[in-house]
Design a protein around this ligand. Sequence first.
Ligand code: MN3
Length: 209
Amino acid sequence: MKHVELPELPYELNALEPVISKQIMELHWGKHHRAYVNNFNIAVDQLSDAEKTGDVEKMISLQSALKFNGGGHINHSIFWNNLAPKNSGGGEPPAGELAEAIKQQFGSLEKLIEEMSAKTAAIQGSGWGWLGLHPTKKTLQIATCTNQDPLITQGLFPLLGIDVWEHAYYLQYLNARPDYLKAIWSIINWTNVQERYEMALVGKVALTK
Ligand code: MN3
């Protein structure tokens, strides 16, 4: 049974060039994200079978596959919408409430970018850099997660995620993760981040918008 599905991309595979190549998108969305979706669905079916037979050990053994593949699906679903082609608003600075909050808490958008890039570049191994919202303090926070752990595991609502698994950049940027992190800001869809911010402020987490 299909519990989750691979979302359509909101743009063409080559639309993020030259920052992210068509080939990376074909593999990243078409193969990697598809694998997280398929493997999550398989694990949920297995969990359902284990529940029916009361197989507690099996249920426990499925937890890491559920977290890894479910997290992979959630993170990438957000990521695709966090990006936009340069001719469709990519890189245009945020406006409204989000812009105000960034200015108040970080001093400027440039400062936020600097801090988030540095922390994300420093992730050991594979993971994600995030701008999140603390659900009760309503403050913006920069955080990092390893593997495919979703940001909610750190108690924050995800607003903007940057994938620093090697599959996200290696074909173009080789080992130069900081170069990828410098380039990606020119295709960030701040309108999407602003929408996610407004929803997060009222306690909602959107995955596919
Ligand atoms: Mn990825």
